[in-house]
Write a protein of this length. Sequence first.
Length: 343
Amino acid sequence: MNKPLAALATLGALTFALTACGTTQSAENPADEKTAAATGVGCADDSTATATGPVELTDAFGRTVKLDKPAAKVAVLEWQQIEDVLSLCLTPVAVADAEGYSTWDTAEKLPEGVKDVGTRQEPNLDALFATEPDLVIVEAYTRDDAIIAQLEKYGVPVLATLGANAEDPIAQMLDTFDLIAEATGRTERADVVKGEFEQKLDDAKAEVADASLEGAPFVFFDGWVDGGNVSLRPFGQGSLIGEIGEELGLTNAWTGEVDPAYGLGQTDIEGMTTIGDAMLLHSGTADPDSESFVDAAQKNPAWASIPAVKNDDVHAFPAGIWTFGGPRSAEQIIDAYVDVITK
């Protein structure tokens, strides 16, 4: 499966990767026009204003970023932030791993023609800076992350965002969105998107309450197959998707150890036999480079002993929901929960 930037080699060692950002205009458009190429959800009817004055902000690591005006040509090197930029009705001049983004994150469609500058792990910086961005936003974990210093050598402002924070994953997701909006002068649009997310969450809470499933236990997981062995990754306390489930009134039944950034655990099929009668929810996105972890799990006799499997209470979320995304991905997650609960 497609894992965040680095594999979960050991709990707590998960890292997620570079970055993203956007542009209030395409490279060819005048500075006072939003790009016509923007394809974000609801952007066709967007009437929010773009700020025009100087920008001075503090990024996730206390670094001061100063711009003469909001960024208009921005390079994007991580999927959450690609999504965020598109939600702000902006079109990036460059992205990392466009094909992977389009497979794993369908919340916002990436326009054709955006320059792909290689992988998230090792972007081609020469190709990136050939697009002449006026801002690069990176996803990092410390102020000393090598990618920040590498990008700073090019003399272009770098805005560093924090990959994740299991203490409050929803707030962290929104903080990253706000940071990108401030850097690009799109705070009015950000307020609209956040309002839509909050309304969807409130509506979904009411639907869960009406279904009399408040407190129902669940475990969401994804996984991968390596050498015939199935590894499963439960999304425990501190995961974005787990937190959204609990916001809706459900109970996350995974109590095993999780990493401090993403709230992700690691187990095998036998480990899933310890979760009681919790319903099982899992990613429906198929990794093009790996066997289906669910199909592989079904070949193990231990899988059939899990109560949710016996009770036909195993549900795939729709393909293309990025479990580490921004507000629009979070809305997809909410819809997927409601669909499972109310059908």
